[in-house]
Design a protein around this ligand. Structure first.
Ligand SMILES: Cc1ncc(COP(=O)(O)O)c(C=O)c1O
Length: 402
């Protein structure tokens, strides 16, 4: 077969490491191994019934055709209501982009704006796709390593130092995947003060987990705290995580008209629009009864408390208690350098994750994937039973290390 020459766009990036880890778990299960997976980046709940019914109704009413590139009027209306309710700001139709997941919205924003040499500031640990998305759109990621002591949050000083004449974007993800860190109002204010001095820098606020938080007060978005920066903030959100709708593939972005117009132009050429049926479901999710969200968040909260307590009791591991999302970024510095029963040494967090998979049959994602080591990420979007069994198994595997 003739070899196919691939573009630099694709050869310069890697496959999403969390997808690779999840595939690995799937392969081992197919071979008959009983693997406890803590790799999953999606809710383990089903999409609430009322949302599914709205989709069925949409099909029955013939809502099965292309929609406008920026979504149906019903979905745009639902997004406008959500933005007002959650961010305290009105927005217009031409400030809204509807994408095939928040992931596509982020990719479109970078595709619409980056030129070779443009820099994208990404605080680490970061969601695995930001850096590769920047690279595939000719940009250069500038990774700013945060510290556990700072709660895995970038400080104003660190931001100031990272900004150069080439900075095009800052990507902020709060609550964060993988750390669950949530920026407070004062922390965002400090970052906004720096951004005010650099008027060319755009800010992508990936708020996809902003409804999954464990404090009574929901965190405020940057655009609410610094409305004077609204003309360069793109707020990204979606229904995947909040409403257990990852497979429906609806995300949205709200931002300045010139940027949104460019992104919608790309939508019109790349995908025409997001699925009409999923848009109907997403509109129902955003405007309907929100009690199912509260129930899911309550369950995540209980699992978080359980998992944090267990992890901090395990020899060689420690973790902060995340304020949002459904991940814990576990410090495994205490295991590095220890010897496995076969004599090999755990040299880094990738080796620790491999060891847990082979010895404990537990799937985790190593910190190398997220740009900050030595850590690994676990997801607690799974039952307390699975979490408990996984921690028992990890504990036993650690006990035989020397
Ligand atoms: C931080 C973050 N942003 C964006 C996304 C994209 O979600 P979706 O494309 O399902 O809306 C994810 C999904 O894992 C995520 O973790």
């Amino acid at each position: 077969m003739p070899s196919i020459r691939l573009s630099e766009r694709v050869t310069s990036i890697k496959e999403s490491p969390s997808a690779v880890a999840a595939d690995h778990v799937r392969d081992l299960r197919a071979q008959g191994r009983n693997i406890l997976s803590l790799t999953v980046g999606q809710p383990d709940f089903d999409t609430p019934e009322s949302i599914c019914e709205a989709a069925v109704e949409a099909i029955k009413h013939g809502e099965t055709r292309y929609t406008s590139a920026n979504g149906t009027p019903e979905l745009r209306n639902a997004i406008r209501q959500y933005y007002l309710r959650r961010y305290g700001r009105p927005c217009e139709d031409d400030e809204i982009c509807v994408g095939v997941g928040g992931k596509q919205v982020i990719a479109l924003a970078l595709m619409a704006t980056l030129c070779p040499g443009d820099e994208v500031i990404v605080p680490a640990p970061y969601w695995v796709s930001y850096t590769d998305m920047a690279i595939m759109n000719s940009g250069t990621p500038v990774v700013v390593e945060t510290t556990e002591a700072d709660g895995f949050k970038m400080t104003a000083d660190e931001l100031e130092q990272a900004i150069s004449d080439s900075t095009r974007w800052l990507i902020l993800n709060s609550p964060s995947n993988p750390s669950g860190a949530v920026y407070s109002t004062s922390e965002l204010q400090a970052l906004a003060d720096v951004l005010r001095k650099h008027s060319d820098v755009l800010v992508l606020c990936d708020d996809i987990y902003n409804e999954i938080v464990f404090s009574d007060a929901k965190p405020k978005g940057l655009v609410s705290i610094a409305p004077d920066l609204a003309n360069r903030i793109l707020t990204v959100n979606g229904v995947s995580k909040t409403y257990a709708m990852t497979g429906w593939r609806i995300g949205f972005g709200i931002g300045p008209k010139a940027l949104i117009g460019a992104m919608n132009k790309l939508v019109s050429q790349i995908s025409s629009c997001a699925s009409s049926v999923s848009q109907a479901a997403a509109a129902a999710a955003l405007t309907g009864d929100q009690s199912a969200v509260g129930d899911m968040v309550q369950a995540y909260h209980e699992r978080r408390d359980f998992a944090v307590e267990r992890i901090n009791q395990i020899d060689g591991l420690s973790c902060l208690s995340p304020d949002g999302a459904f991940y814990i970024y576990v410090n495994c510095a205490g295991l590095i350098g220890r010897h496995c029963p076969d004599g090999t040494v755990l040299g880094d967090d990738a080796a620790v994750s491999d060891y847990f998979l082979s010895q404990a049959s537990v799937g985790t994602v190593p910190g190398t994937a997220y740009g900050l080591s030595p850590y690994f990420r676990i997801s607690f979007a799974t039952s307390i039973q699975v979490l408990g069994d996984a921690f028992d198994s990890i504990e036993q595997a650690i006990a035989v290390l020397q």
